[in-house]
Design a binder for this molecule. Structure first.
Ligand code: ATP
Ligand code: MG
Length: 416
């Protein structure tokens, strides 16, 4: 352990990265707003049961990735590895059953103990949308259209593909499970140890295995689509028709499953080839059984989460923030006037930077270093005339401007 290094798999987000990060979050928030999703936030930690009892005790998250600890009161708590279970818990604790359909957007840090690599961190961030109370495929269409619009607004639409599958309803899944187990038992010698364990407890998870031997076997496995009952098939057909109507392009991937137990019907991922092995940028699906399983009133749900760090790597540099206006006092006596002018400009909506010390040369150097667009030079002579000198730092041109006109004059450099 070194107290001077961040914990493995965590990182500091400095201004350059934060600019991208915020752009991703802000774009998601704005697109979600247009769909009528209200922003909420739930605690970063929950009772361990919130996750352990819902995500499935064979999921990667529950078996090896949770940050679980006992607090001083003896409760077992877990830093949230994902948002959905916390939202479901909040829905129940706040008695929101009368508020359906409930449409929420949330964002924040998530924690998973995994092997850190590019695009895979131990503290990372997600933006997330959840739609509760809509059992119709139209609900899935809406959240997927929201996801597609979000990625388009980030300028990455042509780098991602929406992959879609159905996991069917419980009856279809049971029928499929039986067929799958029969097939996998015939290949048991080739399966990884982990998958052999999953075979009895949750064979569907084997379809999601990252082990190469498993993948070769899975390639020949029967498909879910062959086990769908009429209701599940109908559901999936309607979903496809809805996506067509919304002009959301997708590709059916019959091998796509999601790693968590609570999914049914729609499962989807937006993936890219541009990020190497960590190619899934946004993923989600339908979770009709989750809230009832947690002890709440049976309530259908659908939604997705997207990895902010992965998207921040994928986007072009977002538009830069406005360049500051530097306030430069000439001579020590002008220091307090400079404070007053800077405050006035900030009050009017400008980004004003007040150098802290040094002569005019040093302050102008700093103005250049921070990329200031213009400098307001405050000298005794001009001030005696209630004026200041405004220098365009790109052209070097300068003019004397009455203080009363300063705000109006500077608007050419920075719209307040
Ligand atoms: P994977 O198969 O890559 O482990 P997952 O199924 O565990 O993904 P989800 O739980 O669906 O991922 O999370 C939704 C999104 O959050 C992912 O598509 C990804 O963009 C992002 N994400 C998940 N885990 C991490 C992580 N450890 N570091 C960074 N981003 C992550
Ligand atoms: Mg994972």
């Amino acid at each position: 352990m070194s107290a001077l290094k961040p914990v493995r798999g965590t990182h500091d987000i400095l201004p350059g990265d934060m600019h991208r990060h915020r752009h991703v979050e802000q774009t998601a928030r704005e697109v979600a707003r247009r769909y009528g999703y209200a922003e909420v936030s739930t605690p970063i930690f929950e009772f361990t049961d919130v996750f352990a009892r819902t995500l499935g005790d064979t999921s990667d998250i529950v078996t090896k990735e949770m940050y679980t600890f006992e607090d001083k009161g003896g409760d077992s708590l877990t830093l949230r590895p994902e948002y959905t279970a916390g939202i479901a818990r909040a829905f129940i604790s706040n008695g929101l059953a009368q508020e359906l359909p409930l449409k929420v957007f949330c964002r924040g840090p998530m924690f998973r103990y995994e092997r850190p690599q590019k695009g895979r961190l131990r503290q990372f961030h997600q933006v997330d949308v959840e739609l509760l109370g809509v059992a119709e495929p139209l609900g899935d269409v809406e959240v997927m259209a929201l996801g597609a619009d979000f990625l388009a607004a980030l300028g990455v639409a042509d780098k991602v593909t929406l992959e879609l599958n159905t996991l069917g309803d419980a009856e279809s899944r049971a029928a499929y499970r039986a067929k799958l187990v029969e097939y996998l038992e015939g290949h048991i010698d080739g399966l990884s140890e982990e998958s052999r364990l999953r075979l009895r407890r949750n064979p569907l998870r084997i379809l999601d295995s990252k082990d190469e031997g498993d993948r070769a076997i899975v390639a020949g496995a029967p498909l879910m689509s062959e086990s769908l009952n009429a209701a599940s098939r109908n559901y999936f057909d309607e979903l496809g028709a809805g996506l067509d109507a919304a002009a959301v392009a997708y590709r059916i991937n019959p091998r796509l499953v999601r790693g968590l137990d609570y999914y049914c019907h729609a499962a989807f991922e937006f993936t890219t080839e541009a990020l190497g092995a960590q190619g899934t940028v946004l993923a989600g699906g339908r979770y009709d059984g989750l809230i009832a399983q947690m002890g709440g009133p049976p309530t259908p749900g659908t939604g997705w989460a997207a990895g902010v760090e992965r998207l921040a790597m994928l986007i072009e540099e977002p538009p830069p923030p406005p360049r500051p206006i530097a306030i430069v006092p000439i001579g020590e006596a002008m220091g307090e006037r400079a404070i007053a002018v800077a405050q006035r400009l900030r009050g009017a909506g400008f980004v004003a930077d007040l150098g802290y010390s040094g002569n005019v040369g040093k302050r102008l150097k700093r103005a250049n270093k921070i990329g200031a667009r213009a400098a307001v030079l405050l000298g005794e002579d001009e001030l005696a005339r209630d004026a200041a000198t405004v220098r365009d730092l790109d052209t070097g041109d300068q003019v004397e401007v009455p203080l009363s006109d300063l705000v109006e004059h500077l608007a050419r450099y920075q719209k307040p």
